[in-house]
Design a protein. Structure first.
Length: 429
């Protein structure tokens, strides 16, 4: 570069000034031009779509974990209605199933029926007095009598009661719940737990050290709250032994809670269904993708969010890739009251997901996303302008702009009522 310049007061250069060439690293160049020439991930499956920097984009949480590219297999998918979030999740599950992955979906709105049928199963529809029951206290046979199984059941019962009481259990209430579970034998049901809480037996009274009357008083609030699932308006779904035959617990499970989607008890009902799905998938050898759609509902209750976060952290040991599906990043940061433990738990759920898929978000969400995703300003500023079917993928420390591609054969899985207007071969909607 040749410049004619003044070097300071009274000092001038009459001839050309030669400056050294500017040097920059590829990291600095990448910051100036994000998403340009991104290297592909070190795996060969499963095809998602097109990397807008060039070439196909593939993603598999289990293969990436095995390759050392991720430290956990969990995913979080964010996207407003109509941007492509639902199409991605459904086709992603369908394609993963083709590679032998097991699929389990907690479906609060009843939108995964076509996916279930495409995988050769019918969704499990739960409704009060509907005739189909699942026992959230079920555990794999090899863990029924273990200390870990006991802790898992107690944790679920505490989460259910705390979610309905909207407070932490007192120590005497927790003891009453623990003794009630112990009194129910190796394969307890919620109905048996409620009976043991409201009318504790002499053995439980002796173990409590306070007598039967006091123990019944300590467990009364917990028993009355759980009673709603057993004999109240929500009876008929989680109050007995599981009626789903073992043969039906196959490579794909979809639990449909759409009949109770408007219930204020939805978080507790979702965690009941989630606990059962996890117990069934834990008994299988296949790697499993476990989807919690409308995850904001679970995160709205701190006790349920606490339970779900614990499950997220155990993903690797259980062979699970948990998938949380939300509309906005603020669903995570404003969970519950929007501050305190609720918000920390929800943000922690995102931190425990090393793959985050973010579709177009309004400008008001960008400050939240920058912090949660660890993205640069240049990367974040693309989000409001992303077209339908295009998302920002954070995979570990790497970022990609990906257009999801939808095959014509997958169209019926994505759109079950014929309202899809795009021409055949268009990208995912």
């Amino acid at each position: 570069m040749v410049l004619h310049a003044a070097l300071g007061p009274g000092v001038r250069v009459s001839g050309p000034l030669r400056l050294p060439e500017h040097e920059a690293t590829t990291a600095q160049l990448g910051a100036a031009y994000p998403f340009a020439a991104s290297l592909p991930l070190p795996i060969r499956q499963v095809l998602v779509g097109r990397d807008l920097a060039g070439g196909p984009f593939v993603h598999d949480p289990f293969e990436l974990y095995a390759a050392g590219a991720l430290t956990n297999p969990n995913l979080t998918v964010l996207g407003q209605i109509g941007r492509g979030k639902s199409a991605l999740v459904k086709t992603y599950l369908l394609r993963q199933a083709a590679f032998g992955r097991r699929v389990a979906v907690l479906d609060p709105k009843g939108e995964y029926g076509a996916l279930a049928r495409s995988l050769g199963v019918e969704p499990i529809r739960l409704s009060p007095a509907g005739g189909t029951r699942i026992n959230p206290l079920d555990l794999p046979l090899d863990s029924t009598a273990t200390r870990g199984g006991r802790v898992q059941r107690l944790g679920l019962c505490c989460a259910l009661v705390e979610a309905t009481l909207h407070r932490r259990l007192e120590p005497n209430e927790r003891l009453a719940l623990e003794l009630a579970l112990d009194a129910c034998g190796p394969r307890p049901t919620l109905a048996e737990v409620v009976s043991a809480l409201l009318a504790p037996g002499p053995e439980a009274a002796r173990a409590s050290g306070v007598g039967a009357e006091m123990l019944a008083a300590d467990g009364r609030m917990a028993g009355l709250e759980l009673r709603r699932l057993v004999r109240g308006d929500l009876a008929g779904m989680f109050d007995g032994t599981t009626t789903i035959p073992l043969a039906a617990r196959s490579h794909a499970l979809v639990v449909d809670l759409s009949e109770v989607y408007q219930s204020e008890a939805l978080p507790a009902l979702m965690v009941c269904a989630a606990a059962w799905l996890q117990s069934v998938t834990a008994a299988a050898s296949a790697r499993t993708l476990f989807v919690v759609d409308e995850a904001w509902a679970v995160l709205s209750e701190v006790a349920v969010a606490r339970y779900l976060r614990a499950s997220w952290k155990l993903a690797r040991s259980r062979g699970l890739a948990n998938v949380a599906v939300c509309h906005r990043a603020s669903d995570l940061t404003t969970a519950g009251s929007g501050h305190g433990e609720e918000s920390r738990l929800a943000e922690g759920l995102l931190a425990d997901s090393e793959t985050v898929v973010c579709y177009a978000q309004p400008a008001s969400e960008l400050p939240v996303l920058a912090g949660l995703l660890g993205c640069s300003v240049r990367e974040i500023e693309y989000l409001p302008r992303l077209g339908r079917g295009v998302a920002l993928w954070r995979v570990g420390e790497r970022r990609f702009l990906v257009e999801h591609l939808l095959a014509s054969a997958e169209r019926a899985v994505v759109d079950t009522d014929g309202r899809l207007a795009a021409p055949p071969g268009a990208s995912g909607l």
